[in-house]
Design a protein around this ligand. Structure first.
Ligand SMILES: *[C@@H]1O[C@H](CO)[C@@H](O)[C@H](O)[C@H]1NC(C)=O
Ligand SMILES: *[C@@H]1O[C@H](CO)[C@@H](O)[C@H](O)[C@H]1NC(C)=O
Ligand SMILES: *[C@@H]1O[C@H](CO)[C@@H](O)[C@H](O)[C@H]1NC(C)=O
Ligand SMILES: *[C@@H]1O[C@H](CO)[C@@H](O)[C@H](O)[C@H]1NC(C)=O
Ligand SMILES: *[C@@H]1O[C@H](CO)[C@@H](O)[C@H](O)[C@H]1NC(C)=O
Ligand SMILES: *[C@@H]1O[C@H](CO)[C@@H](O)[C@H](O)[C@H]1NC(C)=O
Length: 220
């Protein structure tokens, strides 16, 4: 058991791949020397931090989607952001990154407004949690969660509060030929329309949000 712990710590140290969620603040410190040693970012779904942790921060988020600020330490990584509803989430069954992202650069990635799925049943006071997963080239994944509460009067981060570090940017990863969300992908409908075919509005709005991020990232 002690050996196993040592090996785990060694592996974690070598990987240097840990990441932080700066906004909304992550549920607990899963990064750095003061972290609870029972937490590990290799653990699905939330690095071993329980969803009912006493005193966890619950950050107000706008009903139409809020900001996300990550602290990333890799030359590049794939990023997935998922959302689950309720006070103690075990099922992160809504994705906010469709398609998922390929993030390049070491430092802060800030998305001013992460679009929500059109069918997300939330209203003022709904509790929820965000799960951020980063995946390296080898397929190893790291997990972190942050807790939010949807509020009609909540504000997203703006301007200087939400800027990417120099060189940090994201590109959506489109897997395969045409985006196929269970729709019919006829050979004839591929071609120039490409990824737009069969993409639902939620996916489109997240692509629009991403385009904004991409532009902001480029202009820094
Ligand atoms: C570490 O986390 C576990 C699970 O949340 C908790 O039971 C334990 O009290 C924590 N230890 C410290 C030192 O905070
Ligand atoms: C949190 O959930 C665990 C497992 O579901 C339970 O054993 C524990 O008592 C709960 N803690 C609090 C503070 O509610
Ligand atoms: C990322 O940036 C930090 C601070 O500038 C630096 O200490 C670290 O070595 C960098 N890591 C990588 C993988 O470039
Ligand atoms: C997601 O999970 C929650 C809780 O398990 C459930 O109530 C909800 O219907 C699920 N939504 C979808 C779209 O699967
Ligand atoms: C993601 O970005 C990295 C670095 O720019 C690149 O090497 C990799 O091929 C990209 N992955 C995809 C699927 O585009
Ligand atoms: C796809 O092809 C089938 C068979 O050719 C056709 O019946 C169907 O209407 C097509 N669907 C679309 C969306 O074009």
């Amino acid at each position: 058991m002690a050996l196993q712990t040592l090996l785990l710590l060694a592996a974690a140290g070598l990987a240097q791949a840990h990441f932080g969620i700066e906004y909304p603040p992550m549920r607990a410190n899963t990064l750095g020397s003061s972290q609870n040693t029972s937490y590990s970012q290799w653990t699905n779904p939330c690095a071993g931090v329980p969803g009912n942790l006493t005193g966890r921060p619950q950050t107000p988020w706008p009903l139409t989607g809020g900001s996300l600020k990550l602290d990333l330490h890799h030359p590049w990584t794939y990023v997935f952001v998922n959302l689950g509803l309720g006070p103690d989430v075990s099922n992160f069954n809504y994705t906010l990154t469709n398609p998922f992202w390929n993030e390049t650069g070491n430092g802060t990635l800030c998305v001013p407004k992460l679009a929500l799925p059109a069918d997300l049943p939330v209203s003022d006071g709904s509790e929820a949690s965000l799960q951020v997963v980063t995946v390296g080239e080898d397929g190893n994944a790291l997990y972190n969660c942050a807790d939010i509460i949807f509020k009609a009067d909540a504000k997203a981060l703006e301007g200087d509060e939400c800027k990417n570090s120099e060189g940090v940017k994201v590109a959506p990863v489109v897997v395969g030929q045409a985006a196929d969300n269970g729709g019919s992908t006829n050979g004839t409908t591929k071609g120039s329309a490409g990824s737009a075919v069969g993409v639902n509005t939620a996916a489109l709005s997240s692509v629009v949000a991403l385009a904004v991020v991409f532009v902001l990232g480029m202009s820094v």
